[in-house]
Design a protein around this ligand. Structure first.
Ligand SMILES: [Ca+2]
Ligand SMILES: [Ca+2]
Length: 512
């Protein structure tokens, strides 16, 4: 008889474990997607994404979600390292800056402190599908189930449906084996990154063609998306990265910025993005059928935004909001419904999912958990946001944002381009500059910006604000161990320690 209380205790423990089953994580990552493509960020967009719309309606949409930047033309790569490690841009494992901080014992393999390794240790089943390359290979290999391949075609086997199928197959297997361990699924896509070969049906829906003839323009088609509101035929000064692949050699665009080229390419981007939405929809439906949907935190985001004609740029190597920001939607148990500012970076995801699941985050993780934001207890987790593009000529571009105010600095092409932009994003959320006021541009976009919707850096009325933002930028560069300084900053830099990414011999300019 004296064993009964022990048995009862064991039974109670089992029952409470079953009722408090640890939540699952589904992390969905698009490759190259501007938040302004999506209706929840731009109601005028033609892009239809019903699965994401449902996620947004049942969860939280972040207006202030950013990637911290890049010191390589391949912006994907640092962004994905930040997601995997929860570390800031100058502290990533493949740069020597990783060792700059006291928190990283040299003996520890940095991949052991990456998302999959942390969750494996925490008792989670970890699964990944994503494109190959331009990411953190040693971390990717820690997922216990992994099906990576680059899929940018227009068929089920060669496109986004392939990534969807890997997740559906994995969930089928779990169901067949009655696997009840909590899971972390990293559900990455290879699209809408170029080459944007959509399925024939979706290309037709958005009036686009897979344009391959550099000597001809693609056909105009009224079904194509309109030009972006902040479209320009040319950026007013050099972006600082000569020969940059994304600005000169993306198939279908090359160096063209005319209306037909840009609208066709946006149609292709939308075709690829709607296909991603279809796959997301299938996985959400499957989770619902399995009874797991309500116990799963679902994150939808992209590794960075994208220009496609905005400000006369084509790629991801700039710090305007369309490219520095990312779409970010979260749904899950206890997550409030609605919109929030947040002021988060992608590198905060790791610390947050540890916080939500009770999995121990190692000291190397520099994330700030945004769980209080998800639970409606806080509007933001930080006041100041920092961005860098340092993949071309040095020191490159830097940005800082606080409240509505944003500063972007350009110090490129051996000191021959030194530019400052100051925006009040409350007044000028699309960052219109003087060129957007050109009658020829207004005739193309149908948008007439207000007189105050310009770069305010040269306006004496805002001199004090400019000085304040310049000081804030320097503070952030120092705080985050940025090894460079701009022309008008104190030259207290440390010697740049970030290793150059290895270049493949065959192509000019860094790739994807
Ligand atoms: Ca990318
Ligand atoms: Ca298992």
């Amino acid at each position: 008889m004296k064993h009964i209380p022990v048995l009862l205790l064991a039974l109670c423990t089992l029952l409470s474990a079953a009722s408090a089953k640890r939540p699952n994580i589904l992390f969905i990552l698009a490759d190259d997607q501007s938040p302004f493509d999506l209706k929840m960020y731009n109601p005028d967009s033609k892009l239809e994404t019903p699965a994401l719309a449902r996620l947004a309606a049942e969860g939280m949409v972040f207006d202030g979600a950013y990637h911290m930047g890049s010191y390589s033309g391949a912006v994907c790569s640092p962004s994905r390292h930040m997601i995997m490690t929860g570390r800031t841009v100058w502290h990533l494992p493949h740069g020597k800056g990783y060792r700059n901080t006291k928190k990283v014992p040299p003996a520890v393999d940095p991949a052991e402190n990456s998302m999959p390794a942390i969750f494996n240790r925490g008792g989670y089943d970890t699964m990944r599908t994503c494109k190959n390359g331009n990411s953190y290979k040693a971390a990717n290999e820690k997922f216990t189930v992994r099906h990576d391949a680059t899929k940018r075609g227009g068929t089920a086997e060669t496109g986004s449906a392939w990534h969807g199928k890997q997740v559906l197959d994995y969930l089928d297997t779990r169901q067949a084996t009655s696997d009840t361990d909590p899971f972390l699924i990293y559900f990455g896509f290879s699209h809408p990154h170029d080459t944007r070969d959509g399925t024939p049906e979706l290309l037709a829906k958005y009036g686009a063609v897979n344009h391959t003839d550099k000597d001809q323009l693609p056909a105009a088609n009224p079904k194509q998306p309109q030009l972006p509101v902040n479209y320009l035929p040319k950026h007013p000064f050099h972006h600082g990265h000569p020969g940059l692949r994304d600005e000169v050699s993306v198939r279908g665009v090359w160096e063209k910025r005319d209306e037909r080229t840009i609208r066709n390419e946006l149609g292709r981007e939308f075709a690829c993005s709607e296909n991603i939405d279809l796959q997301v929809g299938k996985v959400l439906k499957k989770l619902e059928e399995m009874g797991e949907l309500d116990n799963t935190y679902i994150f939808y985001t992209a590794d960075h935004g994208m220009a496609i004609g905005r400000h006369g740029l084509q790629g991801k190597q700039n710090l305007y909001e369309h490219t520095w920001r990312v779409p970010f939607i979260v749904k899950g148990p206890g997550v409030e419904h609605g919109r929030v500012r947040g002021n988060i970076y992608l590198l905060d995801v790791l610390g947050t999912i540890c916080d939500l699941t009770g999995v121990q985050a190692p000291d190397t993780v520099e994330s700030i958990s945004f769980r209080p934001v998800l639970e409606g207890k806080q509007e933001t987790i930080r006041d100041t946001l920092f961005g860098v593009y340092c993949g071309g000529t040095k020191p490159g571009m830097r940005s800082v944002r606080k409240g509505d105010w944003k500063l972007i600095k350009y110090d490129v092409i051996n000191g021959t381009v030194r530019e400052t932009q100051l925006f009040n994003l409350g007044d000028n959320p699309r960052e219109y500059i003087q060129e957007h006021h050109d009658p020829a541009v207004k005739a193309l976009t149908g948008i007439s910006p207000k007189p105050r919707q310009v770069n305010l850096a040269g306006n004496p009325e805002h001199a004090a604000r400019l000085a304040q933002m310049e000081a804030l930028l320097l503070d952030e560069m120092r705080r985050l161990d940025d090894p460079y300084r701009l022309w008008n900053q104190p030259q207290d830099e440390i010697v740049p320690q970030v290793e150059k990414p290895k270049r493949k011999k065959k192509k000019k300019g860094p790739a994807k």
